[in-house]
Design a protein around this ligand. Sequence first.
Ligand SMILES: [Zn+2]
Length: 406
Amino acid sequence: MFSNKLLAIFISLFLTHQAWSNTMHSVQIDLKKKSDRDKVANIIHLDQIIGDKGYAVVNEHDLMQLKKVFPAKILNIKKLDFTQGETIQTENFEFPKGDEAFHTYQEVVDTLNEYERKYPNLATVFEFGKSVEGRSIPAIKITGVKKVNKDQFIPAILFTGSHHAREHLSTEIPMLLIKHILDNYSSTPEIKKLIDSREIYFVPMLNTDGAMYDIAGRKYKMWRKNRTKNDSRTYGVDLNRNYSFGWGTGGSSRSPNSDVYMGPKPFSEPETQAVKKFVEDNANIRVLLSFHTFSELILYPWGGKNTGIGGEDQRVFEKMAQTMSGWNKYKPMQASGLYIASGDTCDWAYGEHGIYCFTFELSPKSMWSGGFYPGAKIIDKVFRANVKPALYLIDKAADPKGVLRQ
Ligand SMILES: [Zn+2]
């Protein structure tokens, strides 16, 4: 009796320990064929593809799944110093030493409020939605339009950052864009003209919970998903696999422990629900730019299938992507060119709403130049590379198809 009880205690200790201790591994995978990349993308997130090798950082669960499907292809596994665990209850978040220039959730909120105070005629802060842990997701609307009647059509654009927790740079770029267009409104006629004729929306940190969890204890955790509690042992849904269009049709996982977990149903998460509701409520949004990191790519639909969207819109996407690539030097391509990923923002935005939606995979170019954690020193350079593409998209929101006539 006693030993059985002891055994039960040991087992429960082991399970508890397993649930909270989740070491990450760096893997290199031999991927000679595109179909292999698509298969791998059903299990893990491929951080990088170079030639016929794929690279990823995976948790123990995903590594096990990967080994089951690709035993012969895993070339190199290294244990990393990123440990994921239980949600940390604190509001005093700060980035790891040296990276304090990145905005914490509270700093995003405070900074946006400051802009609203400084530019009351141009900027309006509002709640975009609520996160799983109850945080108010901050957003800002920038416009100089004085509507003459409420039905007047004003072209609009939406910028989002940090769908993925560890992609902190994708919050910094929209934060700096907000500052740039507001600070230069009165001195730069080009910017004044845009603000005075558009509605420009920014949601710099959509996945507030995940982003803060990733820095809790001032230690990066390589966290990607949001912080939904799936069951007693696993957290998080991959928000960029949770949109409805083509949901669950490849490049995402049904396993709650996977880093590319699609969620129990489309739009199961409050964060993606917030995007859905906002886009449905604002039919004037013609262009959407979703910032991610990393790889230096400009991606357009489809992500969920290998065929192109075809027709005139295909040429619109290609033309816009090529033009922007001339400024930031990122590589333009159809999203599924890397590997299939279904349920992402842009397939839904374009597929459901006809919105010209791009995903920027910001710098750095590779995991060897910093990957998800390139350091604060990179922020300004990446911002400067992306000012022109952002202004271009704001401009084109009035008439995206017009790019074909230029
Ligand atoms: Zn991402």
